[in-house]
Ligand binder design. Sequence first.
Ligand SMILES: [Zn+2]
Length: 297
Amino acid sequence: MGTVQTVQSAARSAQRAVKEAVSTTKSPVRARWRRRVLEGGVDDTAASAGRSVLVVAPHPDDETIGCGATMARKRAAGTEVDVALVTDGRHSHRSAIVSGEELGRIREGESVEACGHLGVPAGRVHLLGYEELTLWDRLDAVTRSLAELIEERSPDEVLVASERDWHADHQAVNHALREAVRRTGYCGRVAAYPVWFWADGPWRTEPWAGFGDELRAIVSHPLEARRLPRAELVSTAGFTALKREAFALYRSQVTNLTGEATWQTFPPRWIEPFVGPWELFFPVETDAAPELAQKLS
Ligand SMILES: [Zn+2]
C-alpha cells in the first residue's frame, strides 16, 4: 500500500470512527449530552398534568414520540388534550404498492389510533392534511390553520416540534406556530419538544449531509447546545409501556408495510431515548406575551 493509499485509508477510518461516535443509538457522546441536558432540567410533572394542551405535530408519529407520556398523564388526570397533525406524511416512503395518498390516509389513521391509545379521542386529533416538504411555501396557510385551532381550543399550553430538529417540516411548523401565537395574541405557555434533535444530538445535519458539513456541525453545534434554555421535564413513570405500545401502532413506520425491499423502518432501538424517565420541553419565548402584558399594564 502506497503512502497516499495509507493516508486515504487512515482518513476513511477516522471518518468512520467519528460517525460512529455520534451517530449510533448507543453513542457515549450523545448519551453524555442527553444526560447533561436532563440533569440541568426542572421537574414540571405535577403542574403539567393539569394544563390542557394543543400538541402540534409536523408528521403523524411526532406527537407520540415527543409527548406520548405527557399526553397520557394529562388524560389520566382528566385534562383536555388536542393534537394537530400538520401533514399526512404521505412522502415517508416511495412504493409501487401503496400510493402517496393512500399512505397519507394510513399514517393519519395510525395517529388517530396511537392518540386513542394514549387517551385522546379521535375527535380531538385534527388532521390538517398538508403535504410534507411544502410547508415553507405554504407558511401563511399553515399559520392560519394553527391560529384557528388555538382560538377554538384556547389551551393552557401549546407544545410544538422544536426548531432545533434538522427536519425542514419541523422547523417550518415551529415557525408557523410562533407566528400563529403572535397573530392571535395567545398568552398561554408555549414549549418545544425535540424529536430529531434528541434522537441525533446537537449534530443536527440531515442524514444526507456530506462529511464536511457533519464535521462542522460536530464542532459548532455542541457549543450552541450549551446555550439551550433549561429543559422542563415531565416524568414518564407509569406511562412508558403505553407510549411504547402507541409508537408500535405506527405500523407503516416500524414494520415493512408492503414487503418491498426499499421500505425503511425506524431501527429497532430508535425509540429508546424517548422512553427514558423524562420527556423534555424547551420553553419558547413568544412575542404575544410581552404585548399582552403591555396592554394589561
Ligand atoms: Zn416528523
